[in-house]
Design a binder for this molecule. Structure first.
Ligand SMILES: [Zn+2]
Length: 389
């Protein structure tokens, strides 16, 4: 079992309760910082064409004195330049696309502070440079050092994201299982034990109200509904990843080519948010002492999990085939088979021992039935759901 780690950089988001004057000031800063961001993006681009690469400190030197003229704290200007610099660095290293300019259609919605005060939080107030003390909604904040912070404007109001070096929340272990996971769209996840985790379909539930708001050109309401959908999705993924890490010491996740699937299935791919779930599983496994392995999904559906032969359905046309029988006599449910193959690939199980392992899993799955597991409040375990209460 992997050892849990002691400290890591964790993000904590607080909802601010600024006064009208403070909110107006932040709004004014955003307007000016949009220009600073665009200037930084264009300057770095023009410099790169001439093969000149400046460090962030060289960039800071170019805007010396502007903080006084714009009446914006220096650390906010530096933070914005740092954001643009970082965006170009990612583009130069081909991690992401080139940064786009901000404007009315794509507004700048956050103010980064390059430095945080040593102890900015006092009671239920946080000190922000240039604004003074700002109240926030009460929330538990872990003990630790705040490295940097960022004020974010969302549809529902102003927030501050703190990045702190602190001990992560521990996840109590409730079982020591090994699991292979195959992500899907009709059911959110299929586990190698034969369980299906249903898809709450947050987007579909709110689609009617969203469409009404969009038709009525109510932009603020639209943004608010979209934010709420994203919050629900994130909350569901947090519950689910925590539950999976608490129950398993070994997790193998089938890593699909999300981009290719997204081109074909669009909305449903985005609404499942598998990539978010995967990243949550990754960092929670580190703190929970679980071994997490991502396995390429190539041939995971085609391969028979009992004998290893490539007899299963394949390609886009094979998507409709949900159940099939292999030449060796094994009957497969498509997604469960893929989840088992993922687990076997991560464990490095040989073909000879697969039959034995698969039969063990199959008997376990049939005894429990392929029940729908709702992602409920912790510590509700999947083992609890199968036993009659
Ligand atoms: Zn077979």
């Amino acid at each position: 079992m992997a050892e849990p780690i002691l400290t890591q950089t964790i993000g904590v988001t607080l909802k601010l309760r600024p006064t009208c004057a403070q909110a107006a000031t932040m709004q004014r800063w955003l307007w000016h910082l949009t220009a600073v961001y665009n200037w930084a993006v264009k300057t770095i681009e023009r410099d790169a064409e001439r093969r000149v690469y400046r460090s962030t400190f060289d960039m800071y030197a170019l805007v010396n004195g502007h903080s006084r003229r714009l009446e914006i704290p220096r650390s906010a200007i530096r933070g914005t330049i740092g954001t643009a610099h970082n965006a170009w660095q990612r583009a130069f290293h081909r991690v992401s696309r080139r940064p786009k300019l901000k404007g009315r259609r794509r507004p700048l919605n956050s103010i980064a502070f390059s430095q945080a005060n040593k102890r900015p939080i006092r009671g239920r107030r946080i000190y922000l440079a240039g604004l003074g003390e700002v109240r926030f909604h009460e929330q538990a904040i872990p003990d630790g050092k705040i490295v940097c912070l960022r004020v974010v404007k969302r549809a529902s109001g102003w927030y501050v994201c703190l990045f702190m070096n602190a001990a992560p929340r521990t996840i109590p272990r409730v079982a020591a299982g090994q699991i292979g996971i195959d992500p899907g769209f009709s059911s959110l996840l299929t586990l190698s034990s034969g369980e299906l985790i249903e898809h709450p379909k947050e987007l579909k539930v709110a689609a009617l109200r969203l469409a009404q708001a969009q038709r009525g050109k109510r932009r603020r309401l639209t943004a608010r509904i979209q934010e709420r959908i994203a919050n629900r999705r994130k909350n569901r993924n947090h519950h689910l990843s925590r539950q999976l890490v608490a129950e398993n010491t070994f997790i193998a996740f089938s890593k699909d080519r999300i981009k290719a699937i997204e081109k074909r299935f669009g909305k449903s791919t985005a609404s499942a948010a598998h990539a978010q779930l995967r990243s949550q599983l990754r960092y929670k496994s580190l703190t929970g002492g679980t071994k997490f392995i991502e396995v390429p999904s190539r041939n995971s559906t085609r391969t028979c999990s009992a004998c290893g032969a490539l007899t299963g359905p394949t390609g886009w046309s094979g998507l409709t085939v949900r159940q099939w029988t292999c030449g060796c006599g094994a009957e497969h449910e498509r997604d469960v088979n893929a989840a088992r193959n993922t687990l076997f690939a991560a464990l490095g199980t040989s073909v000879e021992s697969r039959r034995e392992a698969a039969s063990g899993i199959a008997s376990k799955a049939t005894s429990r039935g392929s029940c729908l597991v709702a992602w409920g409040p912790l510590p509700c375990t999947t083992a609890d759901l199968s036993t009659p209460i």
